[in-house]
Design a protein around this ligand. Structure first.
Ligand code: ATP
Length: 309
């Protein structure tokens, strides 16, 4: 990749004697949002903690802006803002006190500190809560403060570990909008276990399962890669299951109600055309046909087995 901010090479990490991640390789462009998708325990936090220099890897290398995180952590960290899964928010500090503390840790010079904090607060929509104790903020606002500390030093990359976890639906939308906004001038990588979240926010998706990358490409490529394997039919004049089973590619038929059937199939989606044509021919009076979205668990299973083949 010509213009990349992160390069991860053969990264593996072991906690005592079990491997949490194995041979992770990844390159992140210097702009845009990358979604790191994985179920609980897949290895997302481990990868992000190493990427941000909060954990030392067992094997492999991480380069941020070309700088090796292990060898020159102070230099490499200047390029990164990090919101860990459990943000280190100090409940008894006000928003201003907390952001001053963080800006100090980031070695922002005294003369520019006030302006940098004000800019981060405004960007994250927390300026009107400057003097409020963090403990008195809602979950959504605490997360905004967490994001403000991650951008206060204007890093080229922001890493957010499950930033919408535990928020209510409105707060989730607000935090997503904020992520989009801060990504206009830097690269953002965030982790999630919600596929639809990654689909709405990102152009690139990296899927991790049992510590290994099982997919890494654009969202468009992902949508083409993971094909549905079942569809729901609503027919006014349904045939017997045997007639549906005769359609080439259909592997199983299940009637949910008298007029609704789910059919499972293998192969590509030309099957929709066959179903419609046969329905017209045989007078099933098809009213509705919808391809089932594959559940995330099923997608992971498919991808993991494709990888091991
Ligand atoms: N400090 C630790 N000591 C031992 N094992 C750990 C530790 N932290 C994580 N693990 C294990 O490493 C594996 C990867 O965990 P990790 O937290 O990276 O996954 P995750 O994808 O972020 O999951 P979650 O969304 O649940 O945080 C899991 O099996 C987990 O139990």
């Amino acid at each position: 990749m010509q213009d990349s901010i992160v390069r991860i090479e053969h990264l593996s990490h072991r906690y005592s004697n079990t491997w949490a991640i194995r041979d992770i390789n990844m390159e992140i462009a210097s702009s845009g949002i990358v979604g790191l998708l994985g179920s609980n325990g897949a290895g997302k936090s481990t990868t992000m903690n190493i990427l941000c220099g909060a954990l030392n890897q067992t094997e492999g290398d991480v380069f941020v802006g070309g700088i090796n995180m292990r060898r020159q952590p102070e230099e490499a960290k200047k390029n990164i803002g990090f919101l860990p899964q459990n943000p280190p928010l100090y409940m008894d500090l006000t928003v201003d006190e907390y952001l001053h503390y963080c800006a100090g840790l980031r070695l922002i010079p005294k003369q520019t500190m006030k302006g940098a904090i004000q800019e981060a607060k405004e960007r994250c929509g927390v300026a009107h809560y400057s003097n409020r104790l963090i403990r008195n903020l809602s979950g959504g606002y605490r997360q905004r403060v967490g994001i403000a500390q991650a951008i206060v030093h204007k890093p080229r990359l922001v890493v957010l570990d499950e930033p919408t976890n535990g928020l209510d639906p409105n707060q989730i939308l607000e935090v997503r909008a904020l992520i989009k906004d801060i990504a206009t001038e830097r690269a953002v990588i965030f982790s999630s276990h919600i596929l639809s979240e990654v689909q709405v926010l990102c152009k690139e998706i990296v899927m991790i399962e049992s510590g290994r990358i099982v997919f890494s490409d654009t969202i468009d490529a992902f949508n083409n890669y993971v094909e549905p394997h079942s569809m729901l039919l609503h027919m006014e004049n349904p045939p017997a299951a045997a007639a549906l089973e005769k359609i080439a590619g259909v592997t199983r038929v299940e009637f949910l109600t008298e007029r609704q059937a789910r059919i499972y199939f293998s192969g590509d989606q030309e099957i929709t055309e066959s179903v419609i044509a046969t329905s017209v021919q045989q007078g099933w009076r098809l009213r509705e046909l919808s391809l089932d979205k594959t559940a995330l668990d099923e997608i992971f299973k498919q991808l993991s087995s494709k990888q091991s083949n």
